[in-house]
Design a protein around this ligand. Sequence first.
Ligand code: ADP
Length: 303
Amino acid sequence: TVTVVGSYVVDLMSRTPHMPKVGETVLGGPFRMGPGGKGGNQAVAAARQGSQVTMVTKVGKDDFGVIARQNFKRENIDTSYVLVDNVESTGAALIAVDNNGDNMIVVALGACGKLSAEDVAQTEEAIKNSSIVLVQLETNIEAVQKTAEITKRHNIPLILNPAPYQEFPREILKAVAYITPNETEATLLTGVKVTDEGSALQAAKVMYELGVPNVIITLGEKGCYYYNGGEKGILYQGFKVQAVDTTGAGDAFNGGLAHALAEGKNLEEAIKYANAVAALSVTKVGTAPAMPSKQEVADFLKY
Ligand code: ADP
């Protein structure tokens, strides 16, 4: 089982001919609504690859919360730990994607921002029985901290996708087996500006020194850089595809990585698999809906 502790928000998305400037209104379209949030997206990415996935998150007492549960069920994701907050509404993401496939996003976390340490403590049984646990920084940090504490106690490998970046106690990193920042997050976490292989190595060394044995920095279309100590790391090239919408590429990567590791692939194979899942996800519009199926990945990797 893959257990994902993280955010669910409803994605409200529109295409725009260009990004609006301050005060500007742009006529865009078409409009799409769908399930999102880094936690939810990563859960869907892993579930579509065939993993048994348990989602730990919080939604509001509103229609969006009901839709969230339905969406997870449709993806065969266990919703036993999709909790309900009595005060906050379900989170929402306001997404604009321009003609280059670039995006701008405002996230209102709502209920999933209220996922507490006590909430996560309730899920100890699920975490204990997982092959791997996946967590992001799109909730409050106490939920991340509690997740790290429980995985460490039971010796369950933890993937931390430090996205979107917010400050967190560095102590958490001692419980992390794999960290998966993109260039921006690696820069914010380490203070080393990451733009290429050389700077990725410097940043990776900082994270390694902070206690993470496996550092994987995603580099967009370039693929990702893996470091696990020593003088240098390895660049795993990205797959060449026609990018339509890169929103959620990191989520696809993390879900794919968690699935592959849970399935028992070694790390090198798992990273290649994650690159493939992520590459396929950028060829479609949307976040969770753009996650490829197991069959699509299998066909893609044949060529
Ligand atoms: P994020 O979406 O979090 O910013 P990245 O942009 O680094 O993360 O992308 C994550 C992964 O998605 C990359 O490591 C790569 O495997 C894949 N990816 C992203 N953009 C492309 C692209 N244009 N073509 C192929 N693969 C891509």
